[in-house]
Design a protein around this ligand. Structure first.
Ligand code: FAD
Length: 316
């Protein structure tokens, strides 16, 4: 399956395939498995279903690689609307919002009427979301995208942390630079979501062998568990889930000082098993209509996801 990862991930940027798939309803039931729905109300309904089972949430308004300001602004507005809707439903406290900076303007090109460039635009949008989230009792975590965006994303993170010191960030174990980045991210209160990394990266900057990525993940977990921050172990991998538990115990971390994270629709029974075992678990809940990039990354990760998708195509 790892051989298929590269071509599938390449499809995530293919607009012809995206248009063909998203213009038909054939994918709807498949997409539903991984995505909470298209609207704010769908997202709030998913939160209301997950929370009674003891699961925490991180909500992602789907979208990425935005190249125009109107779409970036609409994404910011969507998050503000979500915060209000969560508050109205009594679900905002303790919720987290996951933000992709490329969705709020990071990829915009500097121009005479945008002299500071896309990252400054993304910072301004992320700041509006973050201020509103913290005012309402929620938190924010920055997703991490491909390796070319890491410096800019960390720059935005440190700016946001001036006002809200526990804004979190995703860090990708597969990147060779990660141990150096973690050295700056394990201070008191620093929330770090550790992931394997979902993008196709060149060997110059990343481990490409799955076994090496797993080893790098364990090394990064050790740094986080022994650090002073708040580790968020985002993986469905049973071995890594078990190792996280052992490392937390070795580091003397009680279950309230770190958490597991998993994606909506992936290993839901395991999510509930961990809660029953006294662990904190946060589910990443994506919603919105721009699901294509997110969906193709999930297909690339696991043969069963791809088979499930192919079977649904042939049964139509
Ligand atoms: P995988 O390598 O996908 O799977 C390992 C093993 O886990 C499998 O062999 C199988 O035994 C088990 N497993 C996996 N899926 C299933 C399943 N459906 N049913 C049963 N067993 C299963 N990536 C980024 O690059 N940036 C981000 O900001 C980001 N945020 C994320 C947030 C969260 C909460 C999570 C969970 C992931 C995020 N990712 C992000 C994606 C991440 O980088 C990985 O691509 C993704 O999690 C797959 O890696 P894995 O560790 O779950 O294990």
């Amino acid at each position: 399956m790892f051989l298929l990862r590269k071509p599938i991930l390449a499809l995530s940027g293919n607009t012809a395939v995206r248009d063909a798939l998203t213009s038909t309803s054939l994918t709807a039931s498949v997409v539903d498995r991984f995505i909470a729905g298209e609207t704010t109300a769908d997202a709030v309904a998913a939160v209301s279903r997950l929370r009674p089972d003891g699961l925490q949430v991180s909500l992602d308004h789907l979208g990425e690689d935005t190249t125009d300001r109107a779409t970036a602004d609409a994404t910011v507005e969507a998050y503000l609307q979500l915060i209000e809707a969560l508050a109205a439903a009594g679900q905002v406290a303790g919720a987290e919002l996951s933000v992709k900076l490329s969705a709020v303007g990071q990829a915009l090109i500097a121009s005479p009427d945008l002299p500071a460039g896309g990252n400054a635009y993304a910072l301004a949008g992320a700041r509006r979301i973050t201020d509103a989230a913290y005012a309402a009792g929620a938190r924010v975590n920055l997703d991490m995208e491909d390796h070319t965006t890491v410096d800019q994303t960390l720059e935005v993170l440190f700016e946001l942390r001036r006002a809200h010191p526990d804004v979190g960030v995703a860090i990708q174990a597969m990147l060779l630079r990660t141990p150096k980045d973690l050295a700056e991210l394990t201070g008191p209160g620093s929330r770090v979501r550790l992931v394997k990394g979902a993008y196709h990266e060149p060997a110059e900057v990343a481990y490409t062998d799955p076994a090496q990525i797993d080893l790098a993940y364990v090394r990064a977990m050790k740094l986080l568990m022994h650090g002073k921050g708040y580790p968020m172990i985002a993986s469905h991998d049973p071995r890594l889930v078990a190792i996280a538990d052992r490392l937390a115990a070795d580091a003397g971390r009680s279950p309230d000082r770190w958490e597991h994270q998993m994606l909506y629709g992936i290993r839901p029974d395991e999510q509930r098993r961990l809660v029953a075992a006294g662990k904190q678990v946060r589910v990443y809940v994506p919603y919105g209509s721009d699901w294509y990039g997110y969906f193709t990354r999930r297909l690339a990760e696991r043969p069963a996801n791809l088979l499930f998708f192919l079977r649904s195509l042939t049964s139509k």
